[in-house]
Design a protein around this ligand. Structure first.
Ligand SMILES: NC(=O)c1ccc[n+]([C@@H]2O[C@H](COP(=O)([O-])OP(=O)(O)OC[C@H]3O[C@@H](n4cnc5c(N)ncnc54)[C@H](O)[C@@H]3O)[C@@H](O)[C@H]2O)c1
Length: 315
């Protein structure tokens, strides 16, 4: 399918990610169907979209008329077939459960037109787990967004062994058209690019805390005031091109043997989860939270993400 033939997008699953993905396509002018199991969850999703758009208006990213057009382009249905039967592209974003997703892909394959591309927003599962659930393995791809999907430009397009070049090319063109910056992960591998990089950094950060070498607050301060600032505008390879790989090789030869290579989660994390200290949602994690301090952090992140966009040189 050519990207110009795409008119209707369906999003299956209306939670944290699904509603934001639907919002993005509608904001870009596409007709969108949003599906979840209950009308109540769909109504909540529409309320969340309205709140997101209000935030984007306050941040100067969209105008009030642009925002007002979004809900008019989104139709909702608790019936899967109604939502997807006219879709050119379906993005599945239900719970991260392999059996559930496999069942959804089977149903999608049965009720979607033959031309429809089926994409999954899974963070951790492999496409090969769903490919045999459909008769269109060439039209299956992972499109992994980052949260919040309407503010973070990246989408990892992960191809499975059976994904066709045409599917990858069409999805790349579609995502680019709506303002995303897709990257193609050529082979399926757990964590794709982003969660492998994030997981490696988090493993080291947790090790530093576990060993009493630095506090979570000091690690966050170090990140925010150094590499975090650079990485928003220059990637790790770009940054080290400036530094020179000879210097870097000499420095890292001494550090690598001492980095954490743990293959299990450290007690500092597992015990915290057992205590129910889960972060903002329970009022305590590594920090103490109030609704106000959590909202202030969300606002700070959203504001900076909008600002940083003007510095990006990626197209
Ligand atoms: N949360 C993140 O930061 C993040 C980032 C990238 C990708 N993802 C991935 O996105 C997907 C969704 O995650 P989320 O955080 O939005 O979860 P969520 O729990 O907020 O939303 C899941 C939604 O799926 C719906 N659902 C469940 N079973 C369904 C069914 N049978 N039919 C239709 N709808 C059904 C639920 O009602 C809910 O609205 C997961 O695969 C997750 O790994 C999440």
């Amino acid at each position: 399918m050519d990207v110009d033939d795409i008119q209707c997008i369906a999003v299956v699953g209306a939670g944290l990610m699904g509603h934001g993905i639907a919002q993005e396509f509608a904001l870009a002018g596409y007709q969108v169907w949003l599906h979840s199991r209950t009308q109540k969850s769909l109504d909540t999703a529409l309320d969340n979209i309205t709140a997101n758009l209000d935030r984007l208006i306050r941040l100067g990213v969209v105008s009030p008329p642009q925002a007002a057009a979004v809900p008019k382009r989104i139709r909702t249905s608790p019936h899967l077939e109604t939502a997807v039967s006219g879709a050119d592209v379906v993005i599945e974003s239900v719970y991260e459960d392999a059996d559930l997703k496999r069942r959804i892909f089977q149903e999608l394959d049965a009720v979607c037109p033959g031309r429809t591309i089926l994409a999954s927003n899974t963070s951790t599962l492999m496409l090969s787990q769903f490919a045999t659930a459909t008769r269109r393995p060439d039209k299956l791809v992972i499109s992994h967004y980052a949260n919040p999907p309407y503010l973070i430009p990246i989408v990892e397009l992960v191809r499975g062994a059976t994904t066709s070049d045409e599917t990858v090319e069409t999805m790349t063109a579609l995502l680019t058209r709506v303002g995303k910056r897709p990257v193609v992960v050529q082979k399926e591998v757990p964590g794709f690019i982003l969660n492998r990089l994030q997981g490696a950094l988090l493993r080291e950060a947790l090790w530093l805390v576990q060993e009493g070498i630095a506090s979570p607050r000091d690690i966050d301060t170090a990140l925010k005031n150094s590499i975090g600032r650079r990485w928003a505008v220059a990637g790790i390879f770009e940054v080290f091109e400036l530094a020179g790989w000879d210097l870097l090789a000499a420095a890292m030869a001494g550090v690598y043997p001492h980095l954490s290579n743990a293959s299990e989660l450290p007690p500092v994390l597992t015990e915290q989860v057992q205590r129910g200290e889960l972060g903002v949602k329970t009022g305590r994690g590594f920090y103490a939270w109030t609704p106000e301090s959590a909202e202030a952090l969300r606002h700070r992140i959203a504001h900076a993400l909008v600002e940083i966009e003007s510095w990006s040189d990626d197209t």
